[in-house]
Every structure is written in structure tokens, then in C-alpha cells.
Design a binder for this molecule. Structure first.
Ligand SMILES: *[C@@H]1O[C@H](CO)[C@@H](O)[C@H](O)[C@H]1NC(C)=O
Ligand SMILES: *[C@@H]1O[C@H](CO)[C@@H](O)[C@H](O)[C@H]1NC(C)=O
Ligand SMILES: CC(=O)N[C@H]1CO[C@H](CO)[C@@H](O)[C@@H]1O
Length: 194
């Protein structure tokens, strides 16, 4: 009886592992190498550990996993906006630093709205809105880069480099996960635009 119970427990665990981990791991595996995702590919462990922390990620389907990825990016953008706001309280910031930080703050703020729109479109389950999803996620990823470039081009050290790096990687991850979604049924152009 005891043996039986532990055998079933082991089976249950195995099952949960293979059923649960498959889509998430397969997704991350597919994103590890080009051409899908950024040219250099994602680090598999980064992809897996980022997505895995979200409750439900083990059992999520492709759309669900994309919602999770977008939501993780949204949490970080919201956090970064708050961080920028906090840093701007410092009255002693140079004019240049204040300008860049203000720009980054509005980027995080605006793009949080884009990320929410992407999530809403995904939740609607309508394939004709997939182009919107890709556009919103792509805008968020591009804008973080613009914020990082703002520091670099002015020869300034970012006041929140770690947060910016996270937001960059997480928004790229969300975009990449979305780009694995099946194309909308024809007629109509593929949402990749090629
Ligand atoms: C991963 O890539 C393989 C081979 O291209 C493909 O058959 C599979 O559907 C992809 N899986 C996901 C989750 O994108
Ligand atoms: C702000 O700068 C002034 C002048 O450089 C300095 O006296 C003051 O201590 C600084 N305040 C803070 C909070 O760093
Ligand atoms: C992966 C990652 O960097 N996640 C961060 C997102 O933002 C929250 C704060 O809101 C951090 O706790 C996470 O570490």
C-alpha cells in the first residue's frame, strides 16, 4: 500500500513535470537560437526562470504563456516608473540627468499602457488582434532601448542600470514569446509582416 502510494506519487510528479514543463521549456528552447527572438538568442535559463516564477506558467497554453510574459514585463515597467519617480525627487540632479530620467519615466509610463493593451488583446483571443499585440510589445522593447541610449549618448551613467537591463530583457522576451504564436488564419497577411 505504502509502496503503491509512493509509486503513484512519483508518477504524478513525473506527469506534472512532463506535461507542465513542456510548453514553457519548448518555448524557451525555440527562443534560444535565431531567427526567432533577438539575433543572439535568449539565454535558456533566463527565459525559463523568468517565466516559471509566474503562477500558472507550468500549465499555460501558448496564449497564456504570452500573457504571462507580457505581464512580467508590465510589472517591471511599473516598478521602473516608480523608481524613476523616486530618483527624480532628488533636487540636486544635473539638468541633463533630470532630462534623461524624465524621458525614461514617461517611457515606462506610456509603455505600461501598451503592455496592458497587448494583454487585453491576447485575452480577447481574437487572432486579428495579434498584429496589435506584436506592435505594442515591440514598442515597449524599442522604447527601453531608447531610454538606455539616452544615458549612453549623453555620456552619463544610468542611475538605474540594473532595472533598465531587466526591463529590456523582459520586454524582448515578451515580444519573442508572442512571435511564436501561430499566425492568424488566412485570408490576411501574416502578423510578422513578411
Ligand atoms: C518550436 O520549434 C519547433 C520546430 O520549429 C516547432 O515545431 C514547435 O511548434 C515550436 N514550439 C513552440 C512552442 O513554439
Ligand atoms: C545639494 O547640493 C548642494 C550644493 O552642491 C550641497 O550643499 C547639498 O549638500 C546637496 N544636497 C544633497 C541632499 O545632496
Ligand atoms: C526578472 C526580473 O527582473 N523581475 C523583476 C521585476 O520587477 C520586480 C519588482 O516589481 C522585481 O522584484 C523582479 O525581480
Amino acid at each position: 500500500m505504502k509502496v503503491f502510494a509512493s509509486i503513484s506519487a512519483a508518477f504524478l510528479l513525473l506527469n506534472m513535470y512532463s506535461v507542465g514543463a513542456t510548453l514553457l521549456e519548448e518555448t524557451c528552447k525555440n527562443l534560444t537560437s535565431p531567427p526567432i527572438g533577438p539575433a543572439r538568442g535568449f539565454d535558456f535559463e533566463f527565459c525559463k526562470t523568468s517565466l516559471q516564477v509566474a503562477p500558472g506558467s507550468e500549465k499555460a497554453d501558448a496564449i497564456g504563456l504570452t500573457i504571462i510574459a507580457a505581464n512580467i514585463a508590465l510589472v517591471n515597467f511599473t516598478h521602473n516608473k516608480a523608481k524613476a519617480t523616486e530618483l527624480l525627487q532628488d533636487k540636486n540632479l544635473s539638468k541633463q540627468i533630470r532630462r534623461i530620467l524624465t524621458e525614461c519615466q514617461s517611457i515606462y509610463s506610456e509603455d505600461a499602457v501598451d503592455l496592458k493593451k497587448a494583454i487585453d488583446a491576447l485575452k480577447s483571443g481574437k487572432f486579428d488582434r495579434m498584429e496589435d499585440v506584436i506592435n505594442h510589445l515591440g514598442k515597449a522593447a524599442d522604447d527601453v532601448l531608447a531610454c538606455r541610449d539616452g544615458w549612453e549618448f549623453s555620456g552619463q551613467k544610468s542611475l538605474m542600470p540594473k532595472e533598465e537591463e531587466n526591463a529590456e530583457k523582459l520586454s524582448e522576451l515578451a515580444l519573442a514569446v508572442a512571435s511564436l504564436l501561430p499566425s492568424p488564419p488566412s485570408p490576411g497577411p501574416s502578423f510578422f509582416g513578411f
